[in-house]
Design a protein around this ligand. Sequence first.
Ligand SMILES: Cc1cc2nc3c(=O)[nH]c(=O)nc-3n(C[C@H](O)[C@H](O)[C@H](O)COP(=O)(O)OP(=O)(O)OC[C@H]3O[C@@H](n4cnc5c(N)ncnc54)[C@H](O)[C@@H]3O)c2cc1C
Length: 417
Amino acid sequence: MRQVPAANWAESFHYSFRDCVYPSSVEDVCDIVARSQTIKALGSRHSFNAIADGQVAMSLAEMPTKPVIERDGTQVSVGGHCTYGELALFLHDHRLAVHNLASLPHISIAGAIATATHGSGNLNGNLATAVSGLEFVAGDGSLVTVKRGDADFAGMVVHLGALGIVTRVTLDVQPEFQVAQCVYDGLDWDKLVENLDEITGAAYSVSVFTQWGDQAGSIWLKRAGAGDDWPTAIHGAVRAQVKRHPISGLDAQNATDQLGEYGRWSDRLPHFKMGFLPSSGEEIQSEYHVPKEYGAAAVEALLSVRNRFAHLVQAGEIRTVAADQLWLSPQYQRDTVSFHFTWVRDQDAVNAAVRHIEDVLAPLQALPHWGKVFTRSHIGASYERLADFARIRNGMDPERKFSNLWLEDVVFGSAGA
Ligand SMILES: Cc1cc2nc3c(=O)[nH]c(=O)nc-3n(C[C@H](O)[C@H](O)[C@H](O)COP(=O)(O)OP(=O)(O)OC[C@H]3O[C@@H](n4cnc5c(N)ncnc54)[C@H](O)[C@@H]3O)c2cc1C
């Protein structure tokens, strides 16, 4: 009897799956999809809401990932279920890199791009922006390939699991680079609000970690390539002399190396090391993206209601993500400042807290992370190209084999008809 996944990675969301299929080849995937009435691809199960829920799951875990360097070393193609951590090991052998990573390398590529997963950096697009080609198995079991430049490509990358099973992804790669990170403790809220642009622009990738307490918290700078000496202080925050975990009190051993020492891009861009527990494990996450020009206003808006949510925060993180052209990306034609919350694992309390956050961020054009917890319905209506995305879905999945309640309620609404 094959294992049927019961819950997401954090065990905060319980799936409704009654069966799970494990194809061993793309031909198997085509055959299974053609014969199925309903099927939902599961990635590494790192989402926090019902986006990946369904009746019958499909795990690609038994398929080979077969990474291949393409186009004179400027692209790599790989099975969609490959994790970024596994891909990084392959890229190291070829002295190549992807432009950025999320906080953890444990997530699958197909699942990450489905939800516009991102890292940080004023000039870094989310991880989906590195996609230059995709192979899907559509609802009739046929293979659909699409590449950058094709008419609907920009609508198919942030796919929300709605268009088919992603069997292969092609990503842009670049020569490998070295990254070093340093943490600066003791940042005050007024310094953050006054200098938000300067702080988020202070390195290749920047995160501000906060408990939403009396002080803002710490700045994490990740530099790509050599730089000047690290300053001893930034806007009053002082360079840490010992290694930190993003969640205060947890073992820094699980976090990537700090203290300014250079190492491989893949060993510093994420906060958490491959092979170690990322984050706390017992948690729920939410995240809201606001246009960059509203970043300081969003900090102030959140401070005005922090007494409603701060007691539930294990870690808050403020990052930036560059604008892109991907239709269902929260960064579609806008640079964002993104406010992430790692909550304690208490769903009712988190839902109540999140409502306060949504109320104060709504006037600032906030959009939630597709893979995390939020309470607003029909988010899809906020996306200018939703009708075009629905048209692509109608073509690839006319029988709604890949749909679920979450997609119809949160994304399509009346556009799904
Ligand atoms: C500890 C932790 C840290 C995180 N850090 C970050 C971060 O730094 N930045 C950020 O933006 N997000 C972050 N996330 C959120 C996470 O990146 C997203 O939820 C992402 O979508 C998870 O990918 P997954 O493979 O686990 O997808 P799943 O949760 O398994 O699935 C998500 C969606 O992708 C679809 N999908 C998965 N595989 C396929 C496939 N092969 N074909 C078609 N559809 C597929 C599913 O059907 C579903 O719709 C974090 C999550 C955790 C638990």
